[in-house]
Design a protein around this ligand. Sequence first.
Ligand code: INS
Length: 334
Amino acid sequence: MLNVGVIGCGGMGKDHIKRLTEKIQGAQVVAVSDVFEEGAKEAAKIAGGAKVYTDGKDLINDPDVDAVFIVSPGFAHTESLLQAIEAGKRVFCEKPLATTADDCKKIVEAEVASGKHLIQLGFMRRYDKGYVQVKEALKSGEYGEPLILHCTHRNPEVGTNYNTPMAVHDTAIHEIDTLHWLVDDEYESAQVIMPKVTKYSHSELKDPQIMLLRTKRGICIDVEVFVNCKFGYDINCEVVCEDGAIKMAQPSYPSIRKDAAVSTKIDTDCFVRFKDAYDTEVQNWVECAKDGVINGPTAWDGYLAAVTADALVKAQETGQIEPIHTDEKPEFYK
Ligand code: INS
């Protein structure tokens, strides 16, 4: 049994505690921590009784905690990650790894120096059945080399504090991680095109946006990010290859005939659309703990995502093609 300590007991933290307690095999939540003690106490109840801390460091250093689950706000990740590396404990960290590329680099360096693979990052889309099927089709070699990716990332709506850079940091960040993994390549440059703004947006948010990425092998990717599309949570991905085009399957819902129309449901939020992916990523992390390996997204992937996101945000401002410069991938992550 893997004894897990969860740092961060907000909505997402509670959701993961519920998952670890009710669904995941081979793990239990033995401690929780939150700067707001009340929130931590509530979360401890979901776990059926767990130790309550208000300082993440105390939870990390608790000898009863085998592994740490970080679901605190992004700005607090660096400190907890560095403490967990120092304590030599395995970590599952929700995205982002850290809020700046410099902090991501510090975390990568600390993990490399520790000599142990400890950190898995919560980019759950890599565990989504639809993306996995596309990856397997690409790997089979039957369709030749991928050339172009057409993607959409649509949300029905977002909160009023959501602004233009968040279209990268909060939303496209998923495509940034998933797509280079899908085609097994790295990004070279980024550009953002701003279409006419929807009447449902406001002065601080340009919506929709078309984000363009080019990989080192020359694959061109377009991602439509449209966070006030109104009609649903609509994630699409099509890979155009030399010998065929592969379109990701949608979650299966019945097709219904009514009022002289045929319709199929579209999900309305990411927690429903990627529910199975969340379960699978956490189960996989628990299982890999036995062998001391990480086979999901790593701290290095978190660093790559941060650097790519910075280039896209710069491209939003300049309207130019911005180069993406990353360090050489350390041997440790190969
Ligand atoms: C959320 C989440 C969703 C994404 C939203 C974002 O935080 O990451 O998956 O679709 O745009 O605001």
